[in-house]
Design a protein around this ligand. Structure first.
Ligand code: PMV
Length: 340
């Protein structure tokens, strides 16, 4: 019998494994694929893990069900989301004893309606839970590589602190992220400024392919990433906030400039995004250490010191169009436990 929304009830306590992974924000941005089929980035990226944004995911392989079933924040997910989850589960089933379909339950501790829903924390938590539930060895490089195949930014969310995902080429088979330094290396804050409740217009994979195919600046973007990545890595190791912030802001603005220059141009900014970017510059003029970054969406994330975080948050809340702010410390590694 086909399983429909009406015939399934959410398992209250699934057997299997439950994992938690934090979201991350790239300071050196990934935008562009060396291989679309294998989901291999064309540029190196470096991120910071966000403690305040966590996805909790449980996986239970169950011989009695006839297809993978995904509950997202308490609601049965649509086919598109379920297919992406099945893609990762299929890779786990291919190399383990687990042959059954699975119940997957995934919840975010941050508002998902705001377009902050993160494939990074989602696929990192899913990869951890699925590997554990299938009885495979908990090899973090292997799990990071597994997550990377579904979403490259998810490879970074397996690790806490500051994390690097190298670039690959069309022949790269295995590409995990690795930790540069742990969450205790540097007590920074990220102030997330939510400026819209709409979900993003163009998904990152579509946006990257469109940019690579049509932007006259794509080659320049690849060259810039190669130059910025070692600068960003060095600033992190030396705890140089102005050095890191300026390079991270350049990485984000150059990524958006490249996306804007594609045909037709990709416009991820809302008016409030621009307002936030101006506000961050004004904060700097007033002596506060604050640096902006943005992913493929309208929200602005502000990198700042622990001592400036309250003032930065207060100021960003005044920007017209900012709906809410979330202040995050640097998060730790993803983790997993067995469920009874
Ligand atoms: O791997 P994806 O599909 O989550 O793409 C991530 C793209 C950016 O968020 C814009 C940049 C990044 O490095 O996270």
């Amino acid at each position: 019998m086909p399983i429909t929304h009406k015939t399934i009830t959410m398992p209250a306590k699934p057997n299997g494994a439950e994992a938690r992974a934090h979201s991350n924000i790239a300071l050196a941005k990934y935008w562009g694929k060396a291989s679309v089929a294998n989901n291999i980035p064309a540029v190196p990226s470096i991120s910071v893990t966000l403690q305040a944004m966590t996805t909790t995911t449980s996986v239970r392989f169950d011989a009695s069900i006839e297809r993978d079933t995904l509950w997202l924040n308490g609601t049965l997910a649509d086919d598109r989301a379920t297919r992406r989850v099945s893609g990762l589960l299929d890779r786990v089933r291919a190399v383990s004893q687990a042959t059954s379909f699975a119940f997957v339950r995934s919840d975010n501790d941050f508002p998902t309606a705001s377009g902050l829903a993160s494939s990074a924390s989602a696929f990192a938590a899913l990869a951890m839970a699925a590997v554990r539930a299938a009885g495979l060895p908990m090899d973090h490089a292997m799990i990071s590589d597994l997550a990377r195949r579904s979403s490259a930014s998810a490879a970074r969310s397996i690790f806490g602190g500051f994390v690097r995902l190298p670039a690959g080429n069309k022949d790269t088979a295995l590409l995990p992220a690795c930790q540069l330094c742990g969450s205790d290396h540097w007590d920074l804050r990220v102030v997330v400024c939510v400026v819209s409740d709409k979900s993003k217009a163009v998904a990152s994979t579509d946006g990257m392919m469109h940019t690579a195919q049509t932007s006259p600046y794509y080659g320049a973007w690849l060259d810039l990433c190669a130059a910025l990545s070692p600068r960003i890595e060095r600033s992190i190791l030396e705890r140089d906030l102005p050095g890191l912030g300026e390079a991270a802001e350049q990485s984000a603005l150059a990524m958006h400039a490249c996306a804007l220059s594609s045909a037709p141009g990709l416009l991820y900014f809302e008016p409030a995004s621009i307002g936030c970017l101006h506000a961050v510059r004004s904060l700097r003029r007033n002596g506060l250490e604050a640096y902006a970054t943005m992913d493929a969406g309208p929200h602005v994330k502000v990198l700042t010191s622990a001592s400036n975080a309250n003032e930065v948050e207060t100021q960003m809340q005044q920007v017209p169009g900012v709906i809410r702010t979330i202040v995050s410390k640097i998060g730790g590694d993803a983790n997993v436990e067995d469920l009874p």
